[in-house]
Each structure stands twice: as C-alpha cells, then as structure tokens.
Design a protein around this ligand. Sequence first.
Ligand SMILES: [Zn+2]
Ligand SMILES: [Zn+2]
Length: 248
Amino acid sequence: MMKMEADLHIHTTASGHGYSTIKEIVMAAREKGLKTIAITDHGPRMPGAPHLYHFTNLMSIPRVMEGVEVLRGVEANILDSQGNVDMPELVMSDYLDIVLAGFHDGTGYTGTTAEENTAAMVAAIKNPFIHVISHPGNPQYPVDMETIVRTAKDYNKALELNNSSFVVRPGSFRVCSQLAKLAKKYKVLVSINSDAHICYNVGENAQAIALASRADIRKSQIINSSAGILSEYLNWHKRQSNLVLKKA
Ligand SMILES: [Zn+2]
Ligand SMILES: [Zn+2]
C-alpha cells in the first residue's frame, strides 16, 4: 500500500462546515506520520466560508507545528467559464503556498453542461496560480475527462483523487476510475487527499489510493507522495507564476 507523506486538502472550523481547529488537525497529522499538511479552507464565495482576511492572515500560523509542516492554502471556487476564482491573484501569489480550485454548490457558478464545465475547468488549469483541481471526478459537474487530463498534462498541473468523494459525492467511483485510467495513460500528475472536514479524517485516503493502484499510477506521479516531490512541484510553479507576474 502506497503511503502519502502529505495531505494537501484539509478544512478547519474556518470553512463554516468544518469541525476541527488547526491544532487538532496538526495533532492528528502527527499521529498518522504525515510530514506536511495544507490548510485549505473554502474560498469566500462558499456560504459560511471565511473572509479574505483569513487568507492574508495565515502568516500567523507557524510554518512547522508539532513537527508537521503546515502549508497555507485555499480551496478556491471556480466561478465561471473563464476560470475566474474567488481569490485575488495577489493573495494567491503573495500569501498562499498552495491553491486548490474546484466546483461547489452555492457559489454562483452557473455552468451545467459538460461543455461549460470543461471550459471552466480548463481555464482554471491554465491559471498559473492554481496548483491542484479539487475533485474533478465529481459527477455533479460532468466534464470531458480526456480534455481535462490532457490540459493538466500540458500545464504540468495535478488532478485530485479525493477520498471524501466516495462518501459525499455519489457516483464518484466510476468517474474517478476513468480519471485514474486517463491519468495513467497520459502520465498526468495526481494528488491524493482526504478533504477532511474533521481531524479524524486527516490522512485518510485508502479508497483513493486503492483506485490509483488499480490504475497502476506510480508514486512518482503523485505530487504529495513525498515531501521532496511536493516541494519540487510547488517550486516549479512558483517560478512559472513569477514569470507571469514580471510580464504583467
Ligand atoms: Zn471541494
Ligand atoms: Zn474540500
């Protein structure tokens, strides 16, 4: 069984519908032997989500807590077919270590067809400040998965296999299986995360790992399988986004 050194998708009480503090999450991560976690509360457009100040103040959180590296992140909401998200570029570039983005209810996103969803997700993948597309295998927002996987490959972005999807997003197993097979075929990067909304679920990813293993996805293809792969991935994207900022 593969083991991940990092869990890059975790919600705290700040999300409004999360139930654990950062301290509780860090303690759970330490018990499970994780080296790194990312705190990725929902972007401001999600009902109950924190104000922008939550994200610009993440600098108050120590870089390392109880021996666990804590990355400052967000799970932003994809808002439209242009791939706009509810997080200003400046906050993503200057305040956050990692940006996840995905579709969520109640955020004002109006796309319904696979065509609309695919256009929106492709645009998000191309956004140089976004690192991971969260739960692209959510059947509630159907996409043309081959287009998504090929675009992620072109832009060196990771697609998430989200362990919570099997519980909270009905029908995810089939779509995520398809995603895993295509990820293998095109050698696209993936990220396997818990999407924990309570400390007990931190680092829980057995079903997503089983799915990845069945598709023969290798450890080297998973950005959070080791702290080394992860920092290499984040540093590569930091250089890319810095180039964009200099051009602007
Ligand atoms: Zn989500
Ligand atoms: Zn989430």
